[in-house]
Write a protein that binds this ligand. Structure first.
Ligand SMILES: [Zn+2]
Length: 80
């Protein structure tokens, strides 16, 4: 599943949710937005073929983690 597909899946699931559930979906979406495929390393744009290699947020934390990182992997698994 691509990053955009995951965001769309979250958006679809949040339609018609109660206030509490909608806050949970919004929070989950914010986490997914952080853990996106990296497009820059510092100020250097990555070539498109490399832009899906690293998780942007995990890389900024100092981890050389491929996208999808474990955070995204777990979210995808739980959403089915
Ligand atoms: Zn990550």
């Amino acid at each position: 599943m691509t990053h955009d597909e995951l965001l769309k899946k979250i958006d679809r699931r949040s339609v018609g949710a109660s206030l509490l559930d909608s806050l949970a979906w919004k929070s989950l979406r914010a986490v997914v937005e952080l853990h996106k495929p990296a497009t820059f390393i510092g100020e250097i744009p990555l070539p498109k073929e490399l832009s899906t290699v690293l998780c942007d947020y995990c890389f900024r934390l100092g981890y050389n983690v491929k996208y999808p990182c474990e955070n995204i992997w777990v979210i995808e698994k739980e959403l089915g």
